[in-house]
Design a protein around this ligand. Structure first.
Ligand SMILES: C[S@@+](CC[C@H](N)C(=O)[O-])C[C@H]1O[C@@H](n2cnc3c(N)ncnc32)[C@H](O)[C@@H]1O
Length: 374
């Protein structure tokens, strides 16, 4: 991180109103049979993506699913600087283009609200936990790369009073009022990191959409951790899945997913990159590499009540985010016109709202430790 890129936000003077969290049992934590009795599909231990499984569908779906819970969002900071030199494209706002890197999702209010909603979804997925790595209760220096609205960093700082949390992002979209042990900087994580201290825990969530060089990223994590420190990434794994054929490869959601992969790839982003995390982490020198596989059902089609609730949040997340996720990859990557994207997305939304399509997004949690004494 270069000093001139740093735009710290003011220290806290008022408490943050946290998003309500719901603690649910982690049904995904239960071990699954590697040979699916219904499909006979056998898990390939060499293929990370074959380890994702969706939940069991509800054979008797009703329209009576309860409404989404109460939800509040955080607000932006008001620092004035070149980092506010935003770009506007197809009705959405994007980060300032002074960086050598490009991030193809918007950074506007609509996207910030979606990120805060998605934070709740991660809490549902991880039974209310902010992390999986077995970090110390007295963890000290913590880094959250690609922090977005900073909601994870703020929650973490509140929960671990011993910690000093640094959040970095291309965009200064974090709130002005944050806990005293939390600070934010504008920084490009794809450049050389020049922090003046090492960390005990480095966290990144949903940064697959922005990161291009994962080997370099994990190497920088390694170099910037104390011996015994942990790295953890919580991220998506494209393509969308459907285990029972209720959404075929030609269906709008699956077509959308394939085109997302193609468009992102044209811009140097690999939406399936997390398949490689286990190997990259090991190659860099991390130990105790651990991977957890989760599924985000799109809509309330699963049988299990917790999965059903999660599915409603996922649907809301996707409906609110679909245009933001897609517009950059489709127009910049695939060279579609914005109007074509909007027409196509309407059909994707329609099909996602149909509970007969048992589609889910694989989500992985990856963590590992830098060896002691290095
Ligand atoms: C999908 S958002 C996730 C935000 C946050 N981690 C969360 O889970 O709520 C991805 C974030 O990564 C940031 N980002 C993308 N590329 C980046 C880069 N090269 N350096 C720093 N941040 C980046 C984006 O600005 C965006 O805020």
């Amino acid at each position: 991180m270069s000093a001139q890129d740093s735009v710290p936000t003011p220290a806290a003077t008022a408490p943050i109103d946290p998003i309500p969290t719901t603690s649910t049992p982690d049904i995904n934590a239960a071990p699954h049979d590697p040979e699916d009795p219904e499909t006979g599909e056998i898990e390939d231990p060499d293929n990370e993506s074959s380890r994702f499984y969706g939940p069991e569908p509800d054979s008797n779906p009703s329209d009576g699913d309860s409404a989404l819970g109460d939800y509040r969002s955080t607000r932006s900071t008001s620092v004035s600087s070149y980092v506010y030199d935003y770009q506007y494209e197809n009705g959405r706002r994007y980060h300032a283009r002074r960086y050598s890197t490009e991030y193809d999702l918007p950074n506007d209010e609509k996207e910030s609200d979606r990120l805060d909603l998605q934070h709740h979804l991660f809490l549902l997925t991880l039974s209310g936990a902010l992390h999986r790595a077995p970090i110390s209760k007295n963890v000290q220096e913590v880094l959250d790369v690609g922090t977005g609205t900073g909601i994870w960093a703020i929650d973490f700082a509140d929960q671990y009073e011993s910690s000093k949390v640094t959040g970095t992002d291309l965009s200064p979209i974090q709130p002005a009022f944050v806990p005293p042990n939390c600070q934010f900087y504008v920084d490009n994580m794809e450049e050389d990191w020049t922090f003046d201290h090492k960390f005990d825990y480095i966290h990144g969530r949903m940064i697959v959409v922005g990161m291009r060089n994962w080997e370099r990223f994990f190497q920088q994590c390694y170099d910037n951790l104390h011996p015994g420190g942990w790295v953890e990434i919580q991220d998506l794994n494209f393509p969308l899945r459907c285990d029972d054929g209720t959404a075929g490869p030609e269906s709008p959601p699956m077509t959308w997913s394939s085109l997302m992969i193609e468009g992102a790839a044209k811009l140097g982003v690999d939406l399936s990159a997390s398949n490689r995390f286990r190997d990259i982490m090991s190659n860099v020198g991390f130990e105790e590499v651990t991977v957890e596989h989760h599924a985000w059902p799109i809509n309330s089609w699963p049988k299990d009540q917790n999965e059903k609730e999660k599915g409603m949040w996922v649907l809301q997340n996707v409906l609110e985010g679909l245009q933001g996720f897609s517009m950059g990859y489709y127009t910049r990557g695939l060279r579609w016109r914005a109007e074509e994207v909007d027409v196509f997305l309407a059909s994707v939304r329609e099909r996602m709202k149909d509970k007969r399509s048992h589609v889910y997004l694989p989500i992985g949690v990856f963590y590992a430790r830098k060896p002691m004494g290095i």
